[in-house]
Ligand binder design. Sequence first.
Ligand code: PLP
Length: 428
Amino acid sequence: PAAMLAVLEAPGVKGREVLRLAPPRYAPNEKDAVTSLIRRIVAAPGNDHPPVTRAFNVLDIGKVAELFAPWRHGLKGVTPYYAVKCNPNPALLGALSALGSGFDCASPAEMDAVLALGNVSPDRIVYANPCKPESHITYAASLGVNVTTFDSVEEVGKMKRFHPTCKLLLRLKVSGAGGEAVLDLGTKYGAREEDVAPLLCAARDAGMQVCGVAFHVGCKVSRVDVYDDALKAAREVFDAAVVLGLPPMRILDIGGGFTAAAGGLFEEACGVINVALARHFGDIMPGDGVEVIGEPGHYFAETPFTLAARVFGKRTHGQEEREYWIDDGIYGTLSCVINVYKYKPRPVPMAAAAPADDGSGGETTHLSTVFGPTLDSLDVVVQGYPLPELRIGDWLVFHDVGAYTTVMSCNFNGFSASEMKTYLASSA
Ligand code: PLP
């Protein structure tokens, strides 16, 4: 309740209407609560809102507060620095700041978004971008953002020139996930093992302080023992620094890779991390002042967001197949289909035309293709997906769509993502 109150008072949330989720959380499935709110919004029976006629998102702001408890429990003492790139929705950022999160920012615009909240100081920002344009480095220096990542000798030179007092986190390449992450960031970023000593020497010789190590095991990684490999490698860098005459490192940044949308996977990852921290860092922390931080993106952004999109077109092929058009697609909220996400739309027929249930149980279904609104033939959301017969004016609901979705949308073909409304909701 204290966390929830803090969230409701947060910048970006306070002063905005927060719709109550009904039925409340004693409903069998909390997702049903969001779906019934969506039904209310689109049909507006007996509430104050005019019916809504185009796609919208619902941010369950209470869910953000709820996600903090398992984080604190599972990763005791690990401060989250939320990865803003994942979803910079102001209410989400405000809620996270009120709950005590720091922020991983990769660009001046992301720093501005966080500082505009008004309650975040620059020391709660990690400039987690190993390769930065010079003007961006100067901007970070002017704001007082004083911790950044690097993985090249060239970056050391740029930091020395444009922000010499900035502390550096050496970003390590982690490739152990072997395709078992939705997105493997190791293909682009991170120092290889053989690069570590030259990088440490370059920083030492430039008089730059290397304050720690960062890594990212890949988004939504399913093979969680990769955290053990990464922490082992990180410890080797801590030790190498001492051997090479650098001051002892103080920050261990375990990156992201977590998801709250896959059953107990988060808890499993926490288990591996806690054992690995004890095994590889047990002798130097916490007594020696090593601070552990993380950069979760998906974990906090994915599950609190739900999309409702309206069916506005239909084509029938015999008894078997159906094609539908909805007013959001891969150039909008569902952009992450590019990252091989598999969406599972759930139908919300409008009350007047609706069968007794929501169509998911027992009813005849057709193999359905759901297109986004643009003229691009790639704008396909699902194919061969079983859906009951839908009519124009029905809605499809997509759960867990908060990560790398709206932030990647654009106005291609004149379908304006920027106008899409986000409702705030909570069971509190
Ligand atoms: N940190 C960095 C440097 C990243 O590049 C990303 C994602 O691209 C994240 C954190 C967030 O990762 P995730 O969404 O897997 O938590």
